[in-house]
Write a protein that binds this ligand. Structure first.
Ligand code: PLP
Length: 342
């Protein structure tokens, strides 16, 4: 197979297909190398992928500067989020997360018998680490920090987050979701896990690597903690298909693709924020592939405008200020988005 250029990887913009700016997917991917690897690996799909899974684990461990036994693979990071919730709920109690953050995965919490406690974000839509630390009580089992945060795109100050982790992990599990870390210059916190049994980090191939539909994600944690999480599954390392694992392995080698997506995302995000600001809509500075902005000053029916132009955005997150989020698509898609709401 010849590797297509990133330009050639754009999804076809068929007349009737909606512009998807809803789920923070990568509009360019999968990477050219991943496409080739996935197409070839279809032929090996008659076999279970255990060997490939361990090869992928080794490659992921290397990327994160940890050992193989610090990694747990999942069918998307959602599988790991589910496992962490189940693990935290083993002895009931409560867990803490921000209001507003990524929270779909906590839907089963009531059924699992663990209570959710929410802590408001600061005025500038960042995690309030001091308040989150203060919210810990005798029944708290886990604190979730999405960094960068979905939907606000904010990031924690690294020094403050490291000291927060040091303090909080004396009592509870700190769970850092780094689904969007590749869209920042910020370093992952994965180098802290070998010293700390109470720190769990998740990452995904769904966003920067453009493999949301292929479903590959992973946890980075202390080997003892990985063992505990694995103990909640009947068959470790069997969640990721041969095709998806092949794509993930190839993606890790496609540094050009990552550089290109990073640069394109930055440029298109800058354009989007400029245009939204010109429309008098307040934007939160974003460290991700989406922008959180306020519809307070918007005079038209935002969702109707999107619908009329066949664009899918997402809901209002906070009524107070009417904050919503838009995913950064291609430049052409964002030009159409701006035109639609103008
Ligand atoms: N974490 C965050 C913060 C997300 O926004 C998402 C998806 O949008 C996920 C995790 C789950 O992603 P996946 O299961 O595709 O890895």
């Amino acid at each position: 197979f010849a590797n297509p250029s990133v330009e050639e990887c754009f999804l076809p913009n068929l007349d009737k297909s909606p512009i998807l700016l809803r789920s923070n997917e990568n509009p360019y991917g999968p990477s050219p190398l991943a496409r080739t690897a996935m197409a070839k690996s279809v032929n090996s799909s008659n076999r279970y992928g255990w060997n490939l899974a361990s090869e992928l684990i080794t490659a992921i461990a290397k990327k994160n500067n940890v050992q193989d036994n610090n990694i747990l693979l999942g069918a998307g990071s959602t599988e790991i989020l589910d496992l962490v919730l189940q693990y935290s709920a083993l002895n009931k109690g409560n867990f803490i997360m921000a209001e507003t953050t990524y929270n779909y995965w906590t839907a089963p919490s009531e059924k699992l018998g663990i209570k959710k406690i929410t802590v408001p974000l600061t005025e500038d839509k960042k995690h309030d680490l001091t308040a989150m630390l203060q919210a810990i009580n005798a029944d708290t089992k886990m604190i979730y920090i999405c960094n960068p945060n979905n939907p606000t795109g904010t990031i924690c100050d690294r020094e403050k987050l490291v000291s927060f982790i040091k303090e909080a992990t004396k009592k509870v599990i700190v769970f850092i979701d780094e689904a969007y870390i590749d869209f920042t210059k910020e370093e992952s916190l994965s180098n802290l896990v070998s010293e700390n049994k109470n720190l769990i980090i998740t990452k995904t191939f769904s966003k920067m690597y453009g493999m949301a539909g292929a479903r590959v994600g992973y946890a980075v944690a202390h080997s003892a903690t990985i063992e505990e999480l694995n103990g909640l599954k009947s068959s470790p390392d069997s969640s990721v298909s041969v095709v998806s694992a092949s794509g993930a392995l190839a993606s890790l080698q496609d540094e050009n693709f990552v550089k290109q997506v990073y640069a394109d995302n930055e440029a298109v995000k800058k354009y989007t924020i400029e245009k939204l600001t010109q429309l008098n809509l307040t934007c939160i500075p974003s460290h991700s592939n989406f922008v959180y902005f306020s519809l307070n000053n918007y005079q038209k029916d935002y969702f109707k405008q999107l619908e009329n132009h066949n664009i899918q955005g997402t809901k209002i997150y906070e009524e107070n200020g009417k904050w919503t989020r838009i995913t950064i698509g291609t430049m052409k898609e964002m030009q159409q988005f701006i035109e639609a709401i103008n």
